[in-house]
Ligand binder design. Structure first.
Ligand SMILES: Cc1ncc(COP(=O)(O)O)c(C=O)c1O
Length: 378
C-alpha cells in the first residue's frame, strides 16, 4: 500500500481467515472507529451526557468535515440524516413539482433511488428509466429529458454493475439544461473525490456503512443553498428549529442551514464513529484511496482474463469502474459459486447476475488472488 502503510497499520483487523470483498454491502470498521465507539460508550456508562456541549461541537465539526470532503461551500449545506433512502425521500417529497413534471433515472438504480421517485406518480410526476448501455450514457440521460424534466437522479457508481458515471460531464449537461442533479453517492463516496461544486451537483446523499467505513444509520445529505428553502419540509421537531436549544420559544423558524432536515436528537454514536472513519480516509487521502481501489479492480480484471472458468460482467473501460467488480462462472450457477465462496470465507455478494467483489483500498493482492483462484477452481 506504498506510502499509506504507516497511516493504516493496525487499522484494519478483519479476521485473518476472512477475505473481505464486500464493502459495497456493509464494510468492517477500522480500529480508530471501533475505539471511538468504545470510548463514547465508556463515557456514557460513567458520565452520561455530562459533556453534551462537547458532543454538540463534535456534531458541528462533522458537518464541517463532510463539507470539506465533498467541497461544499459551507457546513450549512450539510445535514446528518439516517440513511441514503431518507435523504432521497426528502428530495423527492420536498421538491417543488408541478403536475406533468418528470424525473429521469437509470434502469440500474438501487430500489431506494427508484421508488422514492415512483412514489410521486400519484402527484402527477412521472419517472423515465434510461439504459446506461451506450457509448455515451451521460448524453443518453440528457437526451431522455424533455421540457418537463426537472431532475436527474443517478448513482455515482451503480450498485449491481459497478458502472461509474461521469458526474462532471453529467453535471455540466444538467446545468446547461437547467435540470437539477441528485447523486446517490453511497457506492462512490470514500472511493473517489466527489466535488459537488465542480460537478454541479444539487443534492448528494450517502450512508456511512459502505466505502466510508463507518456504521449504518448515519448519512450525509448535501443540499445546495439554491434548493435549501425550496424543499418542502415533512419532518418537524426541536432539532430543526433555528434556535434549537431554546425550548420556550413559541415563534419558531426552521434552521437557515441544512439542519432544518434533522428533526430530532442526532445519532451521536454514529457521529463519533463517522468522524473517526472520515478522519482516517482524509489522512490517507482520497486520491491515494482511489488509486489503490482502481489497482485492485484492475488486478481482478487481469486475474479473470487469465482464469479458465470466469467471465467479467462489469465494464473495464477506463473511467467506467471504481471498486465494484462483477464476475460469473462459465458453467456454474451464481448461487452455487456464492455459497462456495462464502463457505470458504470469501465475503462477497450476489448482484447484477453474478458475484460482486468490492475490495476497499486496504485489501491486498494476495486476498484477491486467493478469491479468484477459489472461484476459478470450483
Ligand atoms: C446505490 C445504493 N443506494 C442506496 C442504498 C441504500 O442505502 P440506505 O440503506 O443508506 O438507505 C444502497 C444499499 O445497498 C445502494 O447500494
Amino acid at each position: 500500500m506504498g506510502n499509506t502503510n504507516n497511516l493504516v497499520v493496525n487499522q484494519f483487523q478483519v479476521s485473518k481467515h476472512l477475505i473481505y470483498l464486500n464493502h459495497a454491502a456493509v464494510a468492517p470498521w477500522p480500529k480508530c472507529t471501533a475505539d471511538a465507539v468504545k470510548s463514547f460508550a465508556d463515557e456514557c456508562l460513567h458520565e452520561g451526557a455530562k459533556h453534551y456541549p462537547r458532543w454538540a461541537e463534535t456534531e458541528q465539526a462533522l458537518r464541517a468535515q463532510l463539507a470539506q470532503f465533498i467541497h461544499a461551500p459551507s457546513p450549512d449545506d450539510i445535514a446528518l440524516v439516517k440513511n441514503t433512502s431518507e435523504a432521497l425521500s426528502m428530495v423527492a417529497h420536498g421538491f417543488p413539482w408541478q403536475a406533468g413534471d418528470n424525473v429521469v433515472i437509470s434502469d440500474q438504480e438501487f430500489p431506494s433511488n427508484r421508488i422514492a421517485w415512483e412514489s410521486l406518480v400519484p402527484q402527477g410526476v412521472s419517472v423515465t428509466q434510461v439504459s446506461l448501455e451506450s457509448a455515451d450514457p451521460e448524453q443518453v440521460l440528457i437526451d431522455a429529458c424533455d421540457a418537463k424534466t426537472r431532475l436527474i437522479s443517478i448513482s455515482s457508481v451503480e450498485y449491481a454493475s459497478g458502472f461509474r458515471v461521469d458526474l462532471k460531464r453529467l453535471g455540466a449537461l444538467c446545468k446547461q439544461k437547467n435540470i437539477a442533479l441528485c447523486v446517490d453517492a453511497i457506492q462512490g463516496l470514500g472511493v473517489f473525490d466527489h466535488d459537488v461544486q465542480n460537478m454541479n451537483i444539487d443534492f448528494l446523499m450517502a450512508d456511512a456503512h459502505k466505502w466510508l467505513l463507518a456504521p449504518e444509520g448515519i448519512a450525509v445529505f448535501y443540499c445546495s443553498e439554491k434548493w435549501r428553502d425550496q424543499l418542502q419540509l415533512h419532518e418537524f421537531g426541536w432539532h430543526m428549529m433555528q434556535d434549537h436549544y431554546d425550548f420556550n420559544q413559541r415563534d419558531w423558524q426552521p434552521a437557515q442551514s441544512a439542519r432544518r432536515f434533522e428533526c430530532g436528537s442526532p445519532n451521536m454514536l454514529g457521529i463519533y464513529a463517522l468522524k473517526a472513519s472520515l478522519s482516517l480516509i482524509q489522512d490517507v487521502g482520497i486520491d491515494n484511496i482511489e488509486r489503490q481501489v482502481l489497482q485492485n479492480s484492475e488486478l481482478l480484471f487481469r486475474l479473470i482474463r487469465e482464469s479458465k472458468n470466469l467471465v467479467l460482467l462489469s465494464s473495464m473501460e477506463k473511467g467506467r469502474y471504481a471498486g465494484i467488480v462483477v464476475i460469473k462462472h462459465k458453467q456454474l450457477d451464481t448461487e452455487t459459486l456464492h455459497q462456495y465462496l462464502m463457505k470458504n470465507n470469501v465475503i462477497c455478494a450476489m448482484r447484477g447476475g453474478g458475484i460482486r467483489f468490492s475490495p476497499h483500498f486496504y485489501i491486498g493482492e494476495h486476498a484477491l488472488r486467493t478469491a479468484v483462484e477459489l472461484a476459478d477452481n470450483l
